[in-house]
Design a protein around this ligand. Sequence first.
Ligand SMILES: Cc1cc2nc3c(=O)[nH]c(=O)nc-3n(C[C@H](O)[C@H](O)[C@H](O)COP(=O)(O)OP(=O)(O)OC[C@H]3O[C@@H](n4cnc5c(N)ncnc54)[C@H](O)[C@@H]3O)c2cc1C
Ligand code: FES
Length: 250
Amino acid sequence: MIKDLEAPVLTNTRIGVNTFKMEIDTEIDLSREIKPGQFLMIKTVNFSDDPLLRRAFAIADVEGSKITLFYDVVGRGTKLLSLFKTGDKVKILLPLGKGTFPLSYEENVLIGGGIGMAGLTLLGKELLKRGKKVTVVYGAKTKRLLSMESFLRNLFEDVYIFTEDGSAGEKGYATDILNELTGKEVIHACGPMPMLKSLYNSRHKIFMSFESPMACGWGVCLGCVIKDKNNNFLRVCKEGPVFEKEKVMI
Ligand SMILES: Cc1cc2nc3c(=O)[nH]c(=O)nc-3n(C[C@H](O)[C@H](O)[C@H](O)COP(=O)(O)OP(=O)(O)OC[C@H]3O[C@@H](n4cnc5c(N)ncnc54)[C@H](O)[C@@H]3O)c2cc1C
Ligand code: FES
């Protein structure tokens, strides 16, 4: 069931040039309720109604009542979010999204582009718990934008890094990993649209998490739609945010 909570911020720490990690205490254990791929909507101010609309963020981790988000400061809402201090309360709506990642495949490759990596970490943890094989591929433009690397290395053994300028890991795009796969793996991807488009024509089985701009987050405004193969609208916030590649047109 979707919960509308006012929850205290535990930490809100800058971990990279423009990236923050926020931990929130939901004060109730949500670890059984939150499925990999689900997200929350958060009000980025708690003292006024401007900006009015909540912003969407992937639930990157959940341990008991503690949830973790990673976010890039890209505009006004995320700038305001970065000002929250320990003990401040945030208004959150969660868990959102019915389309979640599957947990049943044996060999899994998680491809995260930039902050999109945050949409895959909970999935990786849950797959490992189930004894599945997990390879994590994290791509960014350059080394200083690899803000989530230490978080990933703490959780996963198999982590491959790609940077576009070659300043860390392999030079190239995270999607270049496709050249090295056997074909048995299932891919789970989250990142910028050009990255998802480049995966779209691959012959692999792929589940993609979309981060379309959202206004309501729970299926009412139709602001987040993409199309399926029959030209019907799919609400990313409600039917997604995760879709199997074969079901959508991008
Ligand atoms: C399901 C979902 C999960 C998300 N998870 C994360 C996450 O874990 N971490 C994270 O940093 N961001 C995530 N996003 C994107 C995040 O919601 C936006 O970055 C945020 O709303 C921007 O708010 P703002 O007020 O700072 O920027 P705005 O002032 O609203 O916009 C600033 C710039 O960011 C662009 N922008 C706005 N929304 C998006 C979006 N959804 N995707 C790409 N560009 C956008 C705008 O076009 C503009 O160029 C997610 C989005 C969705 C829908
Ligand atoms: S954001 Fe309103 S319907 Fe998806």
